[in-house]
Design a protein around this ligand. Sequence first.
Ligand SMILES: [Zn+2]
Length: 451
Amino acid sequence: MRFSSAMPGVAWPAIPGPRGVMRLALLHQLSETQWWSAEQLRAYQLEQLNALLGHARAHSAYMARVLSALPSTLSEDDWLSLPVLRRDAVQTFKDQIRCSVVPAAHGKRHAVFSSGSTGKPVATEQTDLSQLFWEVLTLREHLWHRRDFSGKLASLRHYPADVALPASGGQGPNWGSATADLVQTGPVAMLSVSASMQEQLAWLRRENPDYLLTHPTVLGELLDAIEAGHSLGDARLREVRTISESLTEGLRTRCQAILGVPLTDIYSARETGYLALQCPDHPHYHVQAEGVRVEVLDDHDRPCAPGEIGRVVVTPLHNFAFPLLRYDIGDYAEVGAPCACGRGLPVLTRILGRQRNMLTFPDGRKTWPILNFRSLNGIVPVRQLRMTQLTPEHIQVELVTPVRPDAALQDRLAELIRHNLGHAFVLSFLYPDHIARSAGGKFEDFVSLVH
Ligand SMILES: [Zn+2]
């Protein structure tokens, strides 16, 4: 790592500016705390949570009410009696949750909008301090995955409407705010996912990056195109990083097989920051316990054991502007056993997406659907596919394919889909030219409207 110096006349060893020094101070501690035991991490977390709760009690009308029946300093048992905060409560009571006062040293307040996949945005606030933790955990992620900071980063993702438009995209001198003014890096090239596949491929060949940051569904489509005979040319690519959506089945294996590089996934959310980062040595995730408490709870709000799947409930430790205490973020995850790498940071084996991505059987049972899109490709070329469960018996299948299937092929598709889903659902097929992403840039391949 080559540091940038802000001190006049000093090139080496570098003395960064005040914000760079804060990032380094935190990074230094994080290099130690990652090896702490789970118990020690929880104890220090609880101390920080009590500091946050003290502030929330004094300055958030909503949290003062929620906390009124609890002692002034919470134990771990008290913590479990704190009610879970639902997304619709954040929407309804946002003005009462918002703190009237924030310590001046936490910096400016910033509005944060999480569009979510339900079309009901959640508006919260963060401070410069939240941003500092975002930057430090970004640096940790780079270090964990041993990146060469001199490399070129390409970011192919959802951008606001008029940013990084095709065909040229955008350029930047540095990987972003985490590294800017602290670590010297190679440049970044940016392209909006509104670009066509031809534009994406041409851009990747032209930019020839060392690292690609994108969404899992975008990577899946790129891999399809390369398998269909398109090429990235003589690529320098070393690693693909994915964000914002849950990983589709088999994507890691396909990335390694087709591009010859590993996939590193990141679990974060706009309103909470980083939740979990992929272990440097294993394909599962470590909760970022120094920045956030993550609980995985069952249907009775009890903590799940390793191997169990439950709802992800999140408390950012340092957001004093808009305290999200035990916030049900709407995702499901599987709890993992302690990691063999030796880090005490809790393990999530996989992130499963949202309840609306679960399939409901006519008898009321819910499951994560096995879509196995790849198997459909043996019948017709699948460019895009989305299934929408309209009723407990009825699923709509939207299929983008250059070859409109005849009745016999459609029957074969239907038979395979019913086999994959595990029930003889009524299927209706639509053949649009394109399936658009949601306003927040996410693509969901299975959505259920059954509640
Ligand atoms: Zn690990």
